[in-house]
Ligand binder design. Structure first.
Ligand code: 4NP
Length: 154
């Protein structure tokens, strides 16, 4: 079973949403994946996803309420197949702390998407529309990532 870790800064907005969306879409395709999310920062460790993101996701049928934030660990680089960064800062932060013997492929999540965007913008300090933009990008990215996995496994 492939293991996928989404990574953003706080692990309360973007990466928990990506975790919930990919999990639902993988189940719908009957693909067996282990999916988690984490933050490069640890300020929100133990917190549930941001209420604004939970509500926006719930309207689309994704329940994020049982997820809890945690910080990326050294072990994550050894135990996951994919570390999917939500923006370039997240990816650079991961590359900077990656152990040389890592197993994980560190990729920008939206590079698997058909969308022209490469980065999922941080919605934390913006208005409600930012959460919808993030969910649109994540849904498209999740479809692209699952297409990629299906192609890869033949
Ligand atoms: P996220 O958004 O990286 O999408 O979870 C953020 C949430 C909180 C903070 C930064 C980004 N923060 O600095 O507290």
């Amino acid at each position: 079973m492939k293991r996928v870790l989404f990574v953003c800064l706080g692990n309360i907005c973007r990466s928990p949403a990506a975790e919930g969306v990919l999990r639902a879409k993988a189940i719908a395709r009957e693909l067996d994946l282990h999916i988690e999310s984490a933050g490069t920062g640890g300020w929100h460790a133990g917190d549930a996803p941001d209420g604004r993101m939970q509500r926006a996701a719930e309207k689309r049928g994704y329940d994020l309420s049982r997820q809890r934030a945690r910080q990326v660990t050294r072990e994550d680089f050894l135990t996951f197949d994919y570390l999917l960064a939500m923006d370039l800062a997240n990816m650079n932060d991961l590359l900077a702390i990656a152990p040389p013997d890592r197993r994980a492929d560190i990729r920008l999540f939206l590079d698997f998407s058909r969308s022209a965007e490469r980065e999922t913008p941080d919605p934390y300090y913006g208005g409600a529309e930012g959460f919808e933009t993030v969910l649109n990008l994540i849904e498209e990215g999740a479809d692209g990532f699952l297409d990629y996995l299906e192609d890869e496994s033949g």
